[in-house]
Design a protein around this ligand. Structure first.
Ligand code: FE2
Length: 423
């Protein structure tokens, strides 16, 4: 007797029709037809079933703070950092947690069931760390939250940042972060990469650095990150977030750099919604896009995972934490419009991101956790095109969110109920 049976699904992993049998919190069978009895049956009606969306790069301590204490007038990265500095003294534990919980509701409704969030460790109070550690525990039944110790004001540049980061890790923050391009000099940035990777190696933790988030074609911290990863044997456990300077780098140098990233098994985490809006701000025309070289990295077999980064905070006023919006933007900014390239951008917000977070039992296979999303779309490309309703979101075998199907003119499987001009 199954607990949950999903019939007539199209698997995002193979594109084939299948039924999915679930007992308790695990997928126990996937086959063309399952006739077993079940306590609950969902008829997927030929819609796409996918493992959940994963956001590998987010800032949950800043989310939904838009307008506090004021709006970002220039819309730039640096004014965003300044604005966050103005807001920090006003933060309270309750307000941080309330906003995080609100965001998580949106995430679940959109089928995102794991988030890696950076948390600012610059402040000696570690208030945001305390708040998000509590949130991490409270949302365990719904979402896997992984926290990165992020020295936003600079690991060496900001007084006390080194000790505060270590204290955050002692409290249970999962991953070591960094911001080398924000240190005072290129040398300090490189030193910070080395020091932070050594902390990760000592503690047996993963690394995820904001790395070269600028338009500076000579920023070289990703090279140092690749070198330190190999020196310390951290292959497969390190991510370089943003890497926007690679957009502007000399092509010859990039031809040397890409194999170094591949050798070190570093995951690249571009954040297309944010990169396209914050980078290129000092350009006239032509104006750089600022997103890292997703096409070339993907072709080389480098793991590329896409992050949302921000939702309604000092750096980005928009967003609803929908990872399909991120994939959609990546397709456009990165000119990833080939069939397999579009499919790769869907994978970048699902399986590639799960790999970054080292999630256990993730996927649509027998034995995996019964975590999945049924979308009102027929395949991965249609999902990116329509950003459709997430009809059912299932976590550990339980339906935790439902959304009614939308019958709009663009949605080919329904009648055009909202269109009346062809009567
Ligand atoms: Fe970020």
């Amino acid at each position: 007797m199954l607990d949950l049976l999903i019939k007539n699904a199209v698997l995002s992993t193979t594109g084939k029709k299948a039924d999915i049998g679930i007992i308790k919190d695990k997928i126990v069978e996937i086959s063309t037809k399952i006739d077993a009895e079940a306590h609950e049956v969902i008829d997927a009606e030929g819609h796409l079933v996918s493992p959940p969306f994963i956001d590998p790069h987010f800032h949950m301590d800043a989310t939904l703070s838009l307008g506090l204490p004021r709006l970002n007038e220039s819309g730039t990265l640096l004014e965003g950092i300044q604005l966050w500095g103005e807001l920090k003294p006003q933060l309270t534990l309750d307000a941080l947690k309330q906003r995080a919980h609100q965001l998580v509701k949106w995430s679940i409704a959109n089928g995102t069931l794991a988030i890696r969030s950076h948390v600012d460790t610059s402040d000696a109070s570690l208030l945001a760390v305390e708040a998000l550690l509590e949130v991490r525990q409270e949302i365990v039944p719904y979402i896997d939250l992984q926290l990165v110790a992020f020295p936003q004001d600079g690991y060496f540049r900001s007084k006390g940042a080194e000790a505060n980061l270590q204290r955050a890790l002692d409290l249970g923050v999962d991953v070591v972060g960094g911001i080398p391009h924000f240190e005072r000099t290129m040398q300090d940035g490189a030193r910070s990469v080395k020091a932070l990777c050594e902390i990760a190696a000592d503690r047996g933790l993963m690394v995820d650095m904001h790395c070269d988030e600028s338009d500076d074609p000579l920023s070289r911290h990703i090279e140092t990150l690749a070198q330190e990863t190999q020196r310390l044997g951290l292959e497969g456990r390190v991510a370089g977030s943003h890497l926007t300077s690679m957009h502007s780098m000399d092509n010859y140098y990039v031809s040397k750099l890409l194999p170094l990233i591949a050798e070190a098994e570093i995951t690249a985490i571009p954040n297309p919604l944010i990169n396209i809006t914050l980078q290129g701000r000092h350009d006239s025309y032509p104006k750089r896009r600022g997103m890292t070289r997703v096409k070339e990295m993907t072709a080389m077999g480098i793991n590329v995972a896409l992050g949302h980064d921000c939702v309604m905070d000092p750096w980005y006023s928009l967003g609803s934490h929908d990872m399909l919006e991120v994939a959609h933007m990546a397709v456009h900014v990165g000119q990833m419009t080939g069939v397999s390239e579009m499919q790769a951008m869907y994978d970048a917000v699902t399986i590639n991101s799960a790999k970054v977070m080292d999630l256990e039992n993730y996927g649509l296979e027998t034995g995996c956790n019964a975590d999945l999303v049924i979308l009102q779309a027929r395949d991965k490309i249609e999902a990116i095109r329509l950003k459709p309703a997430r009809l059912f979101v299932v976590r550990r075998g339980k339906i935790i969110s439902r959304t009614k199907p939308v019958f709009a003119a663009l949605n080919l499987d329904g009648e055009a109920h909202q269109v009346d001009f062809l009567k």
